[in-house]
Design a protein around this ligand. Sequence first.
Ligand code: SAM
Length: 224
Amino acid sequence: MRLRNIPGSRDVIAESEYVVREANATEGGKSLGDGWAVKGRWSEVFGNDHPIRIEIGMGKGQFLMELARRNPDINYVGIEKFSSVLLRAIQKEEVMELPNVRFIRMEAEYICDVFAAGEVDRIYLNFSDPWPKDKHAKRRLPSRQFLAKYDRILKKDGVVEFKTDNKELFEFALEEVPEAGWRIKACTFDLHSDAELCRDNIMTEYEEKFSSQGQPIYKYIIER
Ligand code: SAM
């Protein structure tokens, strides 16, 4: 995503009603204090007890917002580390006004500061950065280090769904599954030719780009 320095994007994020920030939650008009006051209180953010699903590395939000449009009884939180990319998702939400969508600008490493144990129903990872050097393996979002974090915030029968065009990253991700104590529930090396896994598939921005170039899309769904 070549959108890293759009002037004013941080100001938009600081003021947007669709963005949840640290110390964002209030009670009786009073701030609940520093840190992620929303942790364990997401039902208050959305005003309902619907399941919460998150996309980590959401990009401009195409996938998450289409999911939210199709599933009004599920709440969605999009996580993105770059302000200028998140800005595009906020701009879409300003038009669509989906009540079941919120965004967070943060580095995924801190995910356990934001969600309590078992608070999340499903995690989506789409076209995650590959971090090709071995010494950076633990930064890959499907790494065992991240799976340990997902294990904490996901409810017991929650799943992680991962899509990518990157074969090396996918093979790495598959190897990490048993190492982290997870199991593969479903897997394909060509999502768009897999009638079952592709049913109801929502294309991400990167998926549209790579599949239009003829590249296969890899996907797994994993559980503990
Ligand atoms: N998911 C979108 C798609 O499939 O079109 C965007 C894919 S893009 C290759 C990866 C996105 O994840 C970028 O916007 C990047 O800033 C974000 N990202 C990568 N690592 C992240 C992390 N550790 N925490 C939060 N966001 C991250």
